[in-house]
Design a protein around this ligand. Sequence first.
Ligand code: ATP
Ligand code: MG
Length: 248
Amino acid sequence: MTRIITIAGGKGGVGKTTLSANLGAALADFDRDTTIIDANLTTPNLGLHLGIPLYPVTLHDVLKGKNNIKDAIYEHESGAKIVPAGISLRDLRGTDARDLPNAILDLLGHNDIIILDAAAGLGKEALAAMESADELLLITTPELPAVTDALKAIKLSEQLGAKTTGIIVNRVSGGKHEMKMREIENMLGRSVMGVIPEDSAVHRSIAYRTPVIHYAPRSNAAKAIRQIAADIAGVRLKEEQRKRFRFF
Ligand SMILES: Nc1ncnc2c1ncn2[C@@H]1O[C@H](COP(=O)(O)OP(=O)(O)OP(=O)(O)O)[C@@H](O)[C@H]1O
Ligand SMILES: [Mg+2]
């Protein structure tokens, strides 16, 4: 059975695309047949994170009814498959995000896991990605505005019938100004599934257009993301790979 996991956040810039790209690559490393879909239709940047060149058929062509989604799947060197979005303004004309849940249906049964990189905010695009999901991973940074937006996303997704299955807190440095994990859990009413530290390796990996789990596999961010992927896939990491981070 194919699991559809949407990475959403409410707030912009909290790490949705970074997590989508790396989770996809990590799940592929665990031999899960994984497709990452760039569901950020107006400002797509999954392709930039992964160094994907321009492709002839994109998700926009699928949403316009010109192509089947299977025509827009490309193999990435990470082992994950990618459905990129069109990057030109022209691509937006005649595209309706509300067609996304239907467009994905043709992939069901052909993948173990589909990851949707959602748009920021709680507009039509983000909602379409949430509505498509079996499982919703909400990512936030440990700051009040981001956690507040994550709470709104949880409430809205409940109305859509999408289940929030995990909270990921990203860019954690353990500073005094940051919200504590317990405070975040109390506010969101859910436990935190994974913590990704603030890590300069992430900036460098994006500059090199390579997932950080491959660019800097021993970095703290890479280890944290691999652990999240292992938890999702039900894989047990070896002891030396399992170093947890103590930001609690
Ligand atoms: N763990 C991390 N450590 C350091 N920097 C990070 C980390 N995670 C993400 N970043 C930085 O945050 C920026 C935003 O990340 P990303 O593009 O993944 O966010 P996003 O939620 O997808 O943004 P948008 O809402 O625009 O789609 C990136 O430039 C990246 O370098
Ligand atoms: Mg993004």
